[in-house]
Design a protein around this ligand. Structure first.
Ligand code: GDP
Ligand code: K
Ligand code: MG
Length: 298
């Protein structure tokens, strides 16, 4: 079969997670309109056994966190993870948000990937928000750089050209083993996805300054005959954050819990009993040891 590893790379909020979800047709990477939603590498596995008269293809995607100027140790660790990811893959898909103006942040990333030998495809995303002449201008600008082996316009949100993109990606894969079983869509355990769903809901419900200082840890996970019993702790950096997360009369936390529970039920296909606790852990983002304990280091 054709198989290989593909790194999805781009600045925060360009649509990396959305594209991965669209390709896999399943919700694996969480998405939100706030940057830096994705902290860990998330592997998405696309397997198509019908391809090429049954020879099949398997594309394994690594969704890297958005690279940005680090403000603290967590930020630096996120950048390191992203850089290491694109050195070790067979193909890089570099995604940009076509509806935004080219800026110094784009140049910073281009300079970084230019030094890597791996073949690179540029996906100009959010085509649905672009005028044709703006697309053409952007296409020409990136062609002239001579960095990319291929340039392709997509809309990750509504799926435009995503099938065609998968075809092109396959063209870069070589004969290789089937790395993962056919029915596996991610190598992350379900409890990790569950913690990501809870974190996504927190990002949705909370004020700007709190979410990035929030970490979710699954403390208990028990599959009973008719229900999955899950206990999770939300760690935040300050006492004041804790009261914001809980909200007046516990309303915020209830809202987070309810919408998270519904989505987890859809994911697991069982009823879910979800308990959430909020704890304060000061300055966890600046402590090396805490970052490791929370699993952000490789
Ligand atoms: P990431 O940080 O690169 O992983 O970006 P996300 O996948 O989380 O997407 C960031 C935001 O852009 C979300 O609000 C998405 O719904 C939105 N988005 C992603 N792709 C598209 C697209 O093709 N068109 C439009 N209009 N919005 C998109
Ligand atoms: K995001
Ligand atoms: Mg993301």
């Amino acid at each position: 079969m054709k198989s290989g590893f593909i790194g999805i790379i781009g600045r925060p909020n360009v649509g990396k997670s959305t594209l991965l979800n669209q390709i896999l047709g399943e919700k694996i990477a969480i998405t939100s309109s706030k940057p830096q939603t994705t902290r860990n590498r998330i592997t998405g596995i696309y397997t198509d056994m019908e391809y090429d008269n049954g020879n099949g293809r398997q594309l394994i995607f690594l969704d890297t966190p958005g690279i940005h100027k680090p403000k603290n140790k967590l930020g630096a660790t996120i950048n390191e993870t992203a850089v290491n990811t694109y050195k070790g893959v067979d193909l890089i898909v570099f995604i940009i948000d076509g509806s935004r103006k080219f800026g110094s942040g784009d140049q910073y990333l281009l300079d970084m990937i230019q030094e890597v030998d791996t073949p690179k495809i540029l996906a100009i995303n959010k085509m649905d928000l672009m005028k044709p002449e703006d697309y053409l201008e952007l296409y020409n600008r990136y062609s002239e750089m001579n960095i990319f082996d291929d340039i392709y316009g997509v809309s990750a949100l509504n799926g435009t050209n995503v099938e065609e993109l998968i075809e092109r990606l396959t063209g870069y894969m070589e004969e290789g083993p089937m790395y993962y079983p056919e029915d596996m869509a991610t190598d992350h355990p379900e409890r990790f996805i569950v913690s990501e769903i809870i974190r996504e809901k927190l990002l949705e419900y909370l004020n700007e300054e709190v979410p990035h200082g929030v970490f979710v840890e699954i403390e208990s996970y028990e599959e009973k005959p008719n229900i999955t019993d899950i206990g999770a702790v939300i760690y935040c950096e300050r006492k004041s954050h804790k009261s914001i997360i809980i909200g007046k009369g516990g309303r915020k936390l209830k809202g987070v819990g309810k919408s998270a529970r519904m989505e987890i039920e859809a994911l697991l296909g069982t009823k879910v009993f979800l308990s959430l606790w909020v704890k304060v852990k000061e300055n966890w983002r600046d402590s090396d040891r805490t970052i490791r304990n929370f699993g952000y280091k490789d």
